[in-house]
Design a protein around this ligand. Structure first.
Ligand code: FES
Length: 145
């Protein structure tokens, strides 16, 4: 059986979710591997949300918000960007390839861009293979006991 990556996508309500919705209404197909979670703003996404998604079975996490300067809460996407850089620095220490987490910007009119992003990210995660973080943790715990 071929490997199908599981991708969790956190999308801000005002731009990126609407962009993904536009892809749907415009009948632009994209990888069915992407499971969308809508949040009001990308600034709402805490690093713990991303780690929880990875811990509970996601092989990759996509975070999308309004383009810089367009956040409906003024600076939420800048907050998301700062958190993203911080999280990226930590992922390697957890034994997770940083490429498994991506932040990007999608406006409400960019259904096509969202579809391309979802497809491209899915293929990148497919190339990385399944996340074996749980196995790493189990081995680390086994060594520690
Ligand atoms: S409302 Fe879209 S990133 Fe803040």
């Amino acid at each position: 059986m071929s490997y199908e990556p599981r991708i969790v996508a956190f999308l801000c309500h005002w731009c990126s979710y609407t962009g993904a919705d536009l892809a749907g209404t415009a009948r632009i197909s994209y990888a069915p591997n992407v499971r969308i979670i809508r949040v009001m703003c990308s600034g709402r996404i805490e690093p713990s949300f991303v780690l929880k998604a990875l811990r509970e079975g996601a092989d990759g996490v996509l975070i999308c918000g309004c383009h810089p300067g367009d956040c409906h809460y003024l600076e939420g996407n800048y907050k998301a960007l700062r958190r993203y850089h911080m999280l990226h620095g930590m992922l390697g220490q957890f034994g997770i390839e940083p490429a498994r987490v991506r932040l990007d910007w999608v406006s409400a009119s960019e259904g096509d861009r969202f579809a391309k992003l979802a497809d491209g990210f899915t293929e990148e995660i497919r190339a990385l293979g399944p996340l074996t973080w749980k196995d790493h943790l189990a081995q680390a715990e086994g060594r520690a006991s």
